[in-house]
Design a protein around this ligand. Sequence first.
Ligand SMILES: [Zn+2]
Length: 400
Amino acid sequence: MNNKEIVENKIIELLLDEDNITRPFLNEYFDIRPATLLEIIDGLKNKGIIAEPERKGKKTGRKASPVCLNEEYAYIVGLDFQINSTSGIVMDLRKNVKARFEIQSSKGKDIKSGREEIRKVIENLKQQLGDTWGRVKGIGFADPGLVNTEKGLSIKAVNIPGWNSLNTSQWLEENFGLDSIIYPSSMVRTYIEYQNTYPNYPKSLFHMELSSGIGGGFIKDGNLFTGDSYCGMEIGHIVVDPNGPLCQCGNKGCLEAVAGKSGIWKKVMELISNGVQTELNMENFSIPFFIKCVKDRDKAACGLAHDICNNIGLGLASVVALLNPSVIVFSGELSALDEFLVSVVKRTISLHCFPLAVEALDIRVSKCDQYANALGGALLMRKKILLASTNSSKSPGTAG
Ligand SMILES: [Zn+2]
């Protein structure tokens, strides 16, 4: 990469995080001759990547006119493929959502029905967009399992039969003619949670997903962390109780086995078979119903929720000790426990970690809607497209 490309890339990176920036700001930011900077900005404008809406045809004099990404340069599809649903969005370069669509999945989803769902979602988005579909330049895909992010391979999703050793990137390109980027959904969610802290981006953020399974993701200075064999941040498989129940990974007492949906289900069954007085029952069992019982102050439900949140706190104590993040965000069904979850976790972490690591730690619950992962996927693809557009060499496979 030559010097000019380095400056181009940096301008784009700034615009990925900020809605717009001014020319005076750029002049101060880069230690290069103003004429060279002018040439680079004009070059990006000529390529259609950035725009300067207020400068159109008018003399702006010395007024600080904002530079932003050109929303029409590319549209991007974001897809979130999960066991219970498949959802998709199309956004322009400035995150304006142009279309969205979601399918609730039938029980017993496998690779065949799953791919059929993906096809239906894309067909629907295509219809909604009409002629402007031609602007779409790529797909960001949130995968339900482990992913080789460099090669675009779905390694394994335990809850979807057949969803292993798949070249998902290649399949998307062959079927829809579009380039793509594939990330595990918990990492995609981490990226969107980080983006949503705008304009006060933390230096680092850990995201924890509390659904049927338990996943995590870590972002530091805007870059997603990927383990060397793509198995990093598997917080669901931190052992919190060595004598605890068997986990689907084969170990005993993983956090997922005690605080994932089936772990909670087993505990509720145990309480009921022991004759404990409670509103909880097996006929209505679901995480939302469990949370309702906690909010109704059902004593047994509250006790169980306390144990679960304490175990989540134990898992997170390891995260805090290792990574010392500024922010922890919860997402997923169980995060609807909200303040109950946050307060118990805070207490457990305080008991187990250095005070300095806990004092400034902000623990919060996600405010995102059901399209968050799809949007996060599109944002990751946006980064890949834009950085590749200024780069004469091939773009890096990991755009995190
Ligand atoms: Zn496990």
